[in-house]
Design a protein around this ligand. Sequence first.
Ligand code: ZN
Length: 349
Amino acid sequence: MRRTGRWLGLGLFAILLAGMDDPPPAPKAPARSTRAAKKAVRRDRDAPPPCQSTSRVAARPPARTMPDLFDRMMENFSKDPARGFSGFLDELANMEGPALEGVTLTIAEERQAGLKARAEYLEKAAARGYKVVNDPKKLDYLKALVARFSDRMGHRDRYPNIEVTLIDAPIPDGQSFPGGFLAFTTALLDEPDEATVAGVVAHELAHLDRGHLYGYARRSKLAEATYRNPPGGEMNFDQFFTRQAALMGLMMNPYRPEHESEADCTSATWLYQEGYDPRALVGFFERMHRRNNDQPDNPFFAFGRTHPFSLDRRREVLNRLAQLQRWKRRDDLGLYAENLRKLEPRLKE
Ligand SMILES: [Zn+2]
């Protein structure tokens, strides 16, 4: 009897947590002309329309037990054999929520995780011949853009010191790590204009600001805790299983298109607010698409990893730009090619 009560209690607790953890159901239609969007505009005329997070993950609550996950897997395969596996990956990604409940990091812990991730990245880069370069003029230029766009961050207080590293590599790219560490390639500065470089800088800062990197650090902490304390004691089998499945999902599917969409949307918004033309990103995605068609994928570069999506991302940026123009029309957006050529960042008005 006591036992049953305890399990019942645990079950209720799980349901409660599931309820708390679930994001509010996403609206079906684009928010363009909905009442909600109008209300948001009324609430704050100076705030741009929010970036809708376009999660691929199904709106239903995540599986919490092994039989549940298997049922869903079979269901996915019978519904659509071709997409069954990716549906299964979505289910695994969906399980992260419950597995990460209660996992938090202090700022110091997050910076520690970021330093470790950056060290691994720089080591891998060096092994491919992409060395860290100390070019003060280029670094100062990037830092000025980082300073400009980090003022737009909602969580600027958590990340007062953002470090920038430059690596000598032939593909334009940016990378961000938990705690406020960014890396860019020298080839990024060979892009046609400052708006493009600013777009990549803003995209990386958006990952930091939207908590994508914090999420990564939480998953690493969870992985460490799981391997240090195998099941038994406090954790029941289903809890352990949920963790394992979430970690497996992370390993099999570390790349999150919904995070890229959100970072692109935020980047386009910040560019717009700072007077840069977000169409710079459109050109960047087109060049990326062409480059990836000409050459085999180079999985090392973060932007290159998005290869199959680069044209989708281009379309999303154009849609966002149209939405921003409806919000607050601007005719003064620029690309600022000359500023990049001279490595003299455009001044704030
Ligand atoms: Zn990204």
